[in-house]
Design a protein around this ligand. Structure first.
Ligand code: LMR
Length: 392
């Protein structure tokens, strides 16, 4: 039956974990996948999460099915985190949030929902983008193209090219935008750039789909929401996929959300009814643990404060690693400190990345993306030396 099936290639990002695990060298370093490690090289279990888990354990709550759209307190907290508690979108109920299986799950529900109502639309993703964006929207049945985004490590974003490509897009083209901490480049737009993007999206009647998987890893929770909030101020409908994988260090719990911003409370009710159909046929309803923990942290002032402090600690540590990398590698790599979030697009070629792996056991994505959040005070010098050698 399956004799003619081809072997699929390894996933360009998660596949690196498999290769890394099989590597016997004890000097190996995994700069592939976007995961935050602490200075001891461990994935942290946040104290705020531990506290919320303790409470949950003490309550010994039953594990019934959740509503299809997830936990109400979780969904409400997501909307407030994205737009701010006072946002008219929140107070007037012009949004629907559905708990989803991580940011990827949110993108998938959003893609399936959009395919149902805008079957002829094309999707544009940034050039370059997260490897899974293209695969995900193609698998939902869309044709996927790109808009200009990035020039080079030193020159950063190509705002003029991006605006020109968006202006040339047909109405109702779906435009996938990285709201902050662009993956893979680490190159973000300024608030003024975003204002222009919002203007074009509105003028051209495009469908913006903002992906925000790293809120809090750039400059802060509110600062990183600037793009989302500018879209909110524009009074248009759009979608947001968000994730707590990184900000709560809850990768394996798959805690994310899809939020659809629309025109009225009544529209929200209809959108929600359709999202529920999409979710029901994908995975029925989301799991309980991660959503309960995140809702408890976000909705309990002391835990919220603890989490915000821990998130700031992660953000600051990444910045320290960026500074160390730039210092170690010299002027040519000064751009690393201007990039935001977990990643740096280093400008390393696929051949140089291969050499890093073969000679040094340092794993990076073949595009030259490295996860700065996997550097620490012990491996930084080794990585600096190795990069120095492959670029020499
Ligand atoms: C990444 O880009 O490394 C992360 O978003 C993890 C993933 O799912 O690819």
């Amino acid at each position: 039956l399956f004799a003619a099936i081809d072997l699929a290639p390894r996933d360009p990002i998660l596949g690196l974990n498999e290769a890394f695990a099989a590597d016997k060298r004890d000097t190996k370093v995994n700069l592939g996948v976007g995961v935050y490690y602490d200075d001891a090289g461990k994935i942290p279990l946040l104290a705020a999460v531990r506290e919320a888990e303790k409470l949950r354990f003490e309550q010994a709550a039953a594990r019934g099915y959740l509503p299809i759209e997830g936990i109400a307190a979780y969904d409400a907290a997501v909307g407030k985190l994205l737009f701010g508690a006072e946002s008219p979108i929140v107070t007037e109920g012009r949004l629907v949030t559905a708990q989803a299986l991580g940011g990827t799950g949110a993108l998938k529900i959003g893609a399936d929902f959009l395919k149902r109502y805008f079957p002829a639309s094309k999707v544009l993703i940034s050039n370059p983008s997260w490897e899974n964006h293209r695969a995900l929207f193609e698998s939902a049945g869309f044709e996927v193209g790109t808009y200009a985004y990035y020039v080079s490590p030193t020159d950063g974003a190509n705002v003029a090219g991006m605006l020109a490509d968006l202006k040339a897009a047909a109405p109702q083209t779906i435009v996938v935008l990285h709201a902050c901490c662009h993956n893979p480049t680490g190159v973000d737009l300024t608030a003024d750039d975003w204002k222009q993007v919002v203007e074009v999206v509105k003028e051209r009647n495009l469908i913006a789909f903002l992906d925000i998987a790293y809120q809090g890893f750039g400059d802060g929770i509110d600062a990183d929401a600037v793009a989302v909030r500018l879209f909110a101020d524009a009074g248009i409908s759009f979608l947001v996929s968000s994730s707590f994988s990184k900000s709560f260090s809850l990768y394996g719990e798959r805690v994310g959300a899809l939020t659809v911003v629309d025109g009225s409370k009544d529209e929200s009710a209809r959108v929600l009814s359709q999202l529920k159909r999409v979710i029901r046929t994908n995975y029925s309803n989301p799991p309980t643990h991660g959503g309960t923990v995140v809702a408890s942290v976000l909705n309990t002032p002391e835990l919220r404060k603890l989490w915000e402090d821990e998130l700031a600690g992660m953000r600051d540590r990444i910045k320290t690693m960026r500074a160390g990398l730039a210092e170690g590698l010299g002027e040519k790599f000064a751009f690393v400190t201007r990039q935001r979030g977990m990643f740096s697009y280093t400008g390393l070629s696929a051949a140089q990345v291969e050499r890093l792996k073969e000679e040094f056991g340092i794993y990076a994505v073949s595009s030259g993306r490295i996860c700065v959040a996997a550097l620490n005070s012990k491996n930084l010098g080794y990585v600096v030396d190795a990069i120095g050698k492959v670029v020499a």
